[in-house]
Design a protein around this ligand. Structure first.
Ligand SMILES: [Zn+2]
Length: 156
């Protein structure tokens, strides 16, 4: 790593720590030449994961597309864009369990799990977009279940 102050390549790492919810690492370094300290952020090289769609077509994992899908589900809901960032980053880092390919249903499920804790309406919207529900009856059942849970929570 080149020192930003004197340009020397001689340096040492003082401290390494992962950044929460991401696969990035923050390193505190010191230059051996000028002894100045600086911080670097390292990310693994973009690993391109192929997403297997339900019709078995494949496409590159697209962070932006995922973000927009979640944002659409959260439209006019009290969900901050930072929260959406966090969901996307978490899902992305969880995908490192999959080397080359991941079924789109796995990504959908991961997002749903996170949305359920955040906003029930956004959850339902996202679920309907991702065709989680085989038919309208299953959808209505899920709605009823959520409403019951919601009422229970409000009663307390
Ligand atoms: Zn230096």
């Amino acid at each position: 790593m080149k020192c930003p102050f004197c340009g020397s390549f001689e340096g040492q790492v003082l401290d390494s720590r992962p950044i929460e919810h991401t696969s990035a690492i923050r390193r505190r370094r010191q230059c051996n030449q000028c002894n100045k300290r600086y911080t670097t952020f390292e990310r693994p090289e973009e690993v391109s994961v192929m997403v297997i769609k339900s019709d078995s077509r494949r496409e590159n994992f697209d962070r932006k597309k995922l973000w927009e899908g979640i944002a659409r589900a959260c439209e006019k809901r009290p969900v901050a864009s930072e929260t959406i960032d966090k969901i996307v980053s978490e899902v992305e880092s969880e995908l490192s369990d999959y080397i080359m390919e991941v079924p789109s249903s796995v990504i959908g499920e991961k997002i749903l799990q996170k949305l359920l804790d955040i906003d029930a309406v956004a959850y339902i919207r996202f679920a309907s977009v991702y065709n989680k529900f085989a038919d309208i009856d299953a959808f209505m059942q899920e709605l009823k279940k959520l409403k019951k849970e919601h009422d229970k929570k409000n009663k307390k």
